[in-house]
Design a protein around this ligand. Sequence first.
Ligand code: PLP
Length: 840
Amino acid sequence: MNAFQRYLTRTLPEPLSRLTELALDLRWSWSHASDALWETLDPELWAATANPWLILESVSRDRLNQLADDATFRDELERQLAEREASLNGPTWFGEIQDTGNFGTVAYFSMEFGLSESLPIYSGGLGILAGDMLKTASDLGVPMVGVGLLYQQGYFRQALNIDGEQLAYYPYNDPAMLPVMPLRNGDGGWLRVTVELPGRPLQLRCWEARVGRARLLLLDANDLVNGPRDRGITGELYGGDTETRLTQEVILGIGGWRMLERLGLPVSVCHLNEGHAALAVFERAASFRRQHGTDFEIALRATRAGNLFTTHTPVPAAFDRFPPALVRLYLTPYADQWGLPFERILQLGRIHPDTNDADEDFVPAYLALRGCGAANGVSRLHGEVSRHLFAPMFPRRPLHEVPIGHVTNGVHTPSWDSRDADQLWTQSCGKSRWIGDLTGIGGGIRGLDDATLWEFRGRSRQSLIKALRARLARQRASLGAAVERIDECALMLDPNALTLGFARRFTAYKRTNLLLTDPDRLSRLLTNTNRPVQLVLAGKAHPRDWNGQRMIKEWSEFIARPELRGRVVFVEDYDMAVAATLVEGVDLWINTPRRPWEASGTSGMKVLVNGGLNLSELDGWWAEAYAPEVGWAIGDRCEHDADPAWDASEAKNLYRLLEEEIVPLFYTRDQAGIPPPWVARIRESMARLTPAYSSNRMLREYVEHYYLPQSRAIAARQADNARLGTELEAWHRRLKAHWGGLRIGDLSWKQEGNGWRADVQVYLDDLGPDDIAVELYAEPNSCHRLQRMEPLAGAIHGYRYSTTLSADCTPDDYTARIVPTHPAASVPLEATEILWQPRN
Ligand SMILES: *Cc1c(COP(=O)(O)O)cnc(C)c1O
């Protein structure tokens, strides 16, 4: 019996036993080479679930015996196993980087992971990003394990009732039918870790999912050894009350780190995908403290360099926050274990650490930023927005110095391309196109002629319509609709009509009803007989988001208009499978968020590889990707909050663009029936944007800008029993003790040669001259470091600092300042002090 077979509740005929290896590797969610095997085993189940593990557990013994005797099937199985081995063991992009030193692994913490609809432990964009990260780590050979929770129900499932209102369901995820395995101890027992909840321990079971070369490790509380109240803690994703959420974050951050330790994984970088797992910062430091006998602050200094915080939040109201009393209840037991006073825990999670406001909330995102070695937003614009958001933590710093960079999100292209698109790209750009460094990719697409691209789009639209008709029929059937109503679905939608796609979470900032601002005008657009347009909608509203649910109902009412029959459809239960179907076939993907709320947005990136075009607000990724050659935009690159007048004018723009530009462009055909300007945009969007907004590009940026430098930094801080970590902590303590005593004296300017010489007198209290730097700063972004010259006569620790600026500078623009400096420190991230020359 092979290592995977034992997870199956049944025994397979010997020649087929290695099917388990394929079924338990979620690589099947993007590499479709083995689809034929599963389809042969059970075509109906395959069509309904696309879950190979479920098929292995369910298929009949007769069918298995039949196939065990079938040489063709066995050969195909051998071929697939060989292909998997080759892909797991071949050379990789990461393997070829020189100088990775002793890089261990990245632990990627996320509250949700969207790898496939058959592992429903995600809600939306955040989770799908996490899933795409793991898949890409596998492609590129970046050592990575995901850390998350195995929810019994996950996020709610959606249906609409006969009136078009949303219903929420919570079907149970039977772990035996999910492509996950219990994580075993060395002795074969089930690995469990414990976290402490108020008054009681909580046992967590550990699970594992294979994602090619990467692994996803999961925790759940549904263990018989826990009390009934506690077994449901990992039931729902984003359900429950504040206390449940805090408990889930304790499990993810603290339990997650404990699980990694129990497995002895050599974690270099702990990547926090959003603030939910911020408590890992404490547990990681505490574990270092135990091993090295340092105090907590030194341990934090020594470990934080290896933590990366990716923030996804565009507005403060969207941060998770917990009242201090609740945090006290849950984290007091940890304060002792971690070796720090409880008040310090609170302090690290507050925007104003020295607040006297006893009610100020504890915000995990603030802890994440205070406990990391680097932080980033998820698009260029969101980087800027995040610097605003976190600016109060860096008082008196110019905004652009707030230490938050950006890595624009990308999508795992092989997971979102259609079979047709895969073929087209393989022919023009080669088979290994998404696993290398993407150099030159896209060139092949530019070489494709109009007819090839347009026919590809035609086939894609047709297969979308076919899939939608079948799905809508099932949707109606589940409502108990009459047979005629179900049969009608076979005639819905037109395979030749311009097909618009609009699918996303129904919530205020996404303005999911902007298109509905003038329903009659939209209806006229859709029902134009010469230039027909159709619209496919999908999306869930959180069960507590009444406004979101109202917007769904509004769409339902619109769809019910008799003239729109078969032209506008709402697909229930938006999940990864629905998303994949839509992005493969729609001509135009529409996105209308309220800027700057869409931190990145990724759904529009999924249409790129398939030749779909984007029409979107200039927000998130589109604010940097848009150009007239690749799509369309609304918005003026400014923020207007929730101004109804602005919304109305944007809606007008949206209609105008559709009526006057987009629809006519799609229907301007040459003799062969091709719309050449439309196809030109397809070609340019595919060639230019697909590689740029792929997770391949994204992960390579994380590796080069964050993972590798951070792994070197943390190794340096921890070496020799944290010698450097200890030194940094001592440095910062010195700074804090003496900062108040620093003084900047006169700044004088002299014209000298062909430049300006600046001299400034500085008194350092008891700080050493290497602890700080003296700089001249001018808005918007000019900074010069001064050189220390001779000591000032008769002064203790007083020095003249000097530099020469070029003649075109205006001395009056410059202000002198003192900032902390240390060659190994990240300033201002871990030393926020700054002193400006008083200006009068
Ligand atoms: C890609 C995807 C998302 C993210 O979409 P945005 O609206 O761009 O944030 C959400 N849900 C599902 C099911 C997806 O596939």
